[in-house]
Design a protein around this ligand. Structure first.
Ligand code: PRX
Length: 641
C-alpha cells in the first residue's frame, strides 16, 4: 500500500525527497503495487515532444490492483456502497417502491461482477485497445463496466449522461468506439430521463464504428430496439463465468480517454495510461482524504467527470477503501438528502463541489441541522474556486469546525489531486488550495515564462516536472496536446489557470486565463457554446463569456447578433433549445443579450476582456476602448444590457 503521511514533518520530508529525487520517491510508491513484470526504468520524459513515460517496461493490470489483490485481506469488506435515487423507495417513476435503496458490493462480489462483464465484452468481440463509450447514469453497472474494460485492456471513455446526442456522437466518432454501453432510462430526482433514446439519436447521426449498443435495464421503461446492434446487458452478462484473467498491460498502455473542453470548439480526448495513473490516484487518495481502515468515503461527483474516475472508482478501490456511489441529486426529495445519507452510512470523508455547497447553503441551515454529521472527519471541495462564504458555511454547518476542508485543485489532464491541504497535517485557509502534493513542482510564472519565486505574487500556474498521472496525449491529435499544454512555457506544463501565492507560500487558484469557463464545476469552452448558438439559422455571430454567478460560480453570458427575428424571449428559448441539442442542458446560457455589433480590434478579433467586464457589471474599469475598430459598440452594449 502506498505511504500515508501522518505529520507535518513527514509531509515536509516527503516533499523534499520527491523534488530532490523524484525517481527514487515514485519507485518506492510504485513498488507497493502488484506488477506482473517489474518496470525497468521509473521515468523518462521530454516536455518538448511531449513524451512522458512512467514505470517503463512494467506489466500490470489496474483491476488486479483494485480487486484481486484485496481478496485475501478484505474480500468481504464493502468495496462499493451504492445509494439509490429516492424515487426507488417512494414508488415514483414507475417504481414499485420496493426496490433496493442501498446495495453493497464486497470486494469479492465486485471482482465477480467485473469478470462477468469482462467476459461479456470479450464474447462480443471487444479486444485490447478497442474503445468502449459509456453513456450511463450513476448505477453500479457503470463502475463495473469501466473496470471490465480495464481488465481486458479495452479503453473506456465515459460520456456524462447529460450531454446531447450530437455531443455523444462527436465523442464516439473521435474515439472510433466499437461499442456503446448505456441504460434504458436514468432515474434523476423525480424524473425518468430517456438515455437509450439519446444513444439512438446519436447512432442516427452516424456512429459507423459502433457495432453494438449494450443496454442496462434500469427502469424497464419503453425503448426502441434495433435487432442488429442492441443487446441487453443482463442477457449477455448474467450467465458469464466469474473468472477472467486480467490482461497483461504495459504501464504505458492506454487506460482511458476522457473528453474535456478546451479553448477551441472541439473537445479533446485526454489520454491516461495504466501505471502512472494507478500509482498517483492511490497515493493521492490515501493522503488527501487520510482514509483509515473501516472508513466510509463519499465523493458526490459523477463518473462522467475525472473526479468520478479518480476518486470514486480507481483511487479508493486501489487503496482498499469503501467508496460510495450516489444515484440521486442533492435536492431530491429535499435539500437534506446529502446529510441524510451522511448520517445513514456514517460517512467519514465527504467530497463535493462548491456549486453544490452554495446551492444547499441557499436552502437554509436547518437542513444539515436535522442530521447527525458527527462521523465526518474530512470535507473536500473540487472543481472550481470555493468562495469564502461557502467555505465557512461548509466548515461550520457540515464539519462543525472539526473537519478540515481540503480544497483540492487539479484537472482532467492531471489525473489526480495536485494542490491541496492535507487534513490534520497542513493548515487550511479559506479559498486556498494551499500546498503542492509531494512530487508536484508547482510554480507561478509571468507572461514571458519567468518564474515568480517570491511570495505575495500572482501569476500563471505551471508544473515543472512530470508526475505519474500527467496526461500523455490528446487522442488522435498529439500536436494539440503539445500546443495547449507544453508550448506556452517551454519545459513546463501550463495549466491554463491563474493563481496567487500568499505570504506563507500557500497557493490560491483564481481561475482560467483562457477561453474556458467553469460553470457549476463543469468545464466549458466558450467557442463550443458559440458554435452551438451559431447553429440557429437567424444567428449571425455570437460571443460567449463567463460572469460571476451566485450558485454556479460562473454563469454563461451570450452576446448574439441576429437577423430576421424578433429579439424576444421566444427567440431566446429557441437559442437555448439549439444549445441543448448541440451540447446538452449544462451549456445553456444564463443570459442572452441581443446586440448589433461586438467590440473588435482593428484586426477583427472580438475583445472578450471588454465583454467579460460588461457581463460582470464591472464597467468602471473598461480601460482604453479608443483603439477599437468600433468604440461605439461598447457604449451600446452597456446601454441595452
Ligand atoms: O480552473 C481550474 C478548476 O477546474 C479546472 C479543471 O477542470 P476539470 O478538468 O473539469 O477538472 C475538475 C475536477 C478536477 C481547473 O483548471 N478547478 C478545479 N479545482 C479547483 C479549481 N479551481 C479552483 N480551486 C479548485 N480547488
Amino acid at each position: 500500500m502506498t505511504t500515508q503521511i501522518t505529520s507535518l514533518e513527514e509531509y515536509k520530508e516527503q516533499y523534499k525527497s520527491s523534488i530532490e529525487n523524484p525517481e527514487a520517491f515514485w519507485d518506492k510508491e510504485a513498488k507497493t503495487f502488484t506488477w506482473f513484470e517489474p518496470y525497468k526504468e521509473v521515468c523518462k520524459w521530454d516536455f518538448e515532444g511531449p513524451d512522458v513515460k512512467w514505470f517503463l517496461g512494467g506489466k500490470t493490470n489496474i483491476t488486479y490492483n483494485c480487486l484481486d489483490r484485496h481478496i485475501e485481506t478484505r474480500g468481504d469488506q464493502t468495496a462499493i456502497l451504492w445509494e439509490a435515487n429516492e424515487s426507488r423507495k417512494n414508488g415514483k417513476n414507475g417504481s414499485n417502491g420496493n426496490e433496493e435503496r442501498s446495495l453493497r458490493y464486497t470486494y469479492r462480489q465486485l471482482l465477480d461482477e467485473v469478470c462477468k462483464a469482462s467476459n461479456m465484452l470479450k464474447s462480443l468481440g471487444i479486444q485490447k485497445g478497442d474503445r468502449v463509450v459509456f453513456y450511463m447514469p450513476m448505477v453500479p453497472e457503470l463502475a463495473i463496466g469501466v473496470l471490465a474494460c480495464a481488465r481486458i485492456g479495452a479503453v473506456h471513455s465515459v460520456v456524462f449522461a447529460g450531454f446531447s446526442a450530437q455531443a455523444l456522437a462527436d465523442r464516439v466518432n473521435d474515439a472510433q468506439a466499437k461499442m456503446i454501453i448505456c441504460s434504458d432510462y436514468n432515474k434523476r430526482g423525480a424524473k425518468n430521463i430517456a438515455v437509450k433514446q439519446v444513444v439512438d439519436d446519436a447512432m442516427d447521426l452516424g456512429c459507423n464504428s459502433v457495432s453494438n449498443v449494450i443496454v442496462h435495464k434500469n427502469t424497464g421503461g419503453e425503448i426502441n430496439w434495433s435487432d442488429d446492434c442492441d443487446k441487453w446487458w443482463h442477457d449477455h452478462v448474467d450467465d458469464q463465468s466469474t473468472e477472467c484473467q486480467p490482461e497483461m498491460m504495459d504501464s504505458e498502455d492506454m487506460l482511458f480517454i476522457l473528453y474535456t473542453s478546451g479553448s477551441t470548439g472541439k473537445p479533446k480526448g485526454v489520454v491516461h495510461t495504466v501505471g502512472g495513473y494507478m500509482v498517483y490516484t492511490c497515493y493521492s487518495f490515501k493522503n488527501v482524504f487520510q482514509y483509515k481502515e473501516g472508513d466510509v468515503y463519499w465523493c458526490t461527483a459523477d463518473i462522467g467527470w475525472i473526479t468520478g474516475h479518480s476518486y470514486i472508482v480507481y483511487g479508493p478501490l486501489l487503496a482498499g477503501a469503501t467508496t460510495m456511489m450516489f444515484e440521486g441529486v442533492p435536492t431530491y426529495p429535499d435539500a437534506g438528502r446529502f446529510w441524510e445519507i451522511c448520517e445513514k452510512h456514517k460517512v467519514n470523508q465527504f467530497y463535493t463541489a462548491p456549486t453544490a455547497i452554495r446551492a444547499l447553503m441557499a436552502k437554509g441551515d436547518h437542513w444539515p441541522e436535522k442530521y447527525d454529521l458527527s462521523s465526518i472527519k474530512v470535507l473536500g471541495s473540487v472543481g472550481e474556486p470555493i468562495n469564502e462564504e461557502a467555505w465557512h458555511w461548509y466548515d461550520k454547518h457540515i464539519g462543525k469546525g472539526n473537519a478540515p476542508i481540503v480544497d483540492t485543485w487539479w484537472q482532467t489532464e492531471t489525473g489526480g489531486i495536485m494542490i491541496t491541504p492535507l487534513p490534520g497535517i497542513t493548515d487550511t485557509k479559506p479559498t486556498y488550495a494551499a500546498y503542492p502534493m509531494p512530487g508536484i513542482q508547482a510554480v507561478l510564472v509571468d507572461k514571458d515564462g519567468n518564474e515568480l519565486n517570491e511570495n505575495n505574487v500572482e501569476g500563471l500556474l505551471c508544473i515543472k516536472h512530470p508526475w505519474p498521472s500527467i496526461l500523455r496525449t490528446t487522442y488522435g491529435d498529439h500536436e494539440r496536446c503539445k500546443q495547449v499544454y507544453f508550448s506556452s512555457f517551454p519545459g513546463m506544463y501550463f495549466t491554463g489557470d491563474g493563481a496567487r501565492r500568499d505570504s506563507d507560500g500557500r497557493i490560491r487558484v483564481i481561475g482560467r486565463v483562457d477561453d474556458v469557463i467553469n460553470v457549476s464545476g463543469h468545464r466549458m469552452g466558450t467557442a463550443e457554446v458559440e458554435n452551438a448558438i451559431n447553429e440557429h439559422d437567424n444567428v449571425i455571430e455570437s460571443a460567449v463569456v463567463g460572469y460571476p454567478h451566485e450558485i454556479k460560480g460562473q454563469g454563461i453570458y451570450a452576446y448574439v447578433i441576429s437577423q430576421g427575428k424578433e429579439k424576444d424571449d421566444v427567440f431566446r428559448k429557441e437559442i437555448l433549445a439549439v444549445v441543448t441539442k448541440e451540447i446538452g442542458p449544462i451549456a445553456k446560457p444564463d443570459k442572452i443579450q441581443f446586440v448589433d455589433d461586438l467590440p473588435k480590434t482593428r484586426s477583427g478579433k472580438i475583445m472578450r476582456r471588454i465583454l467579460r467586464k460588461i457581463a460582470s457589471g464591472d464597467v468602471d474599469s473598461l480601460g482604453d476602448v479608443s483603439t477599437l475598430l468600433n468604440p461605439d459598440a461598447v457604449e451600446k452594449l452597456m446601454s441595452n444590457k
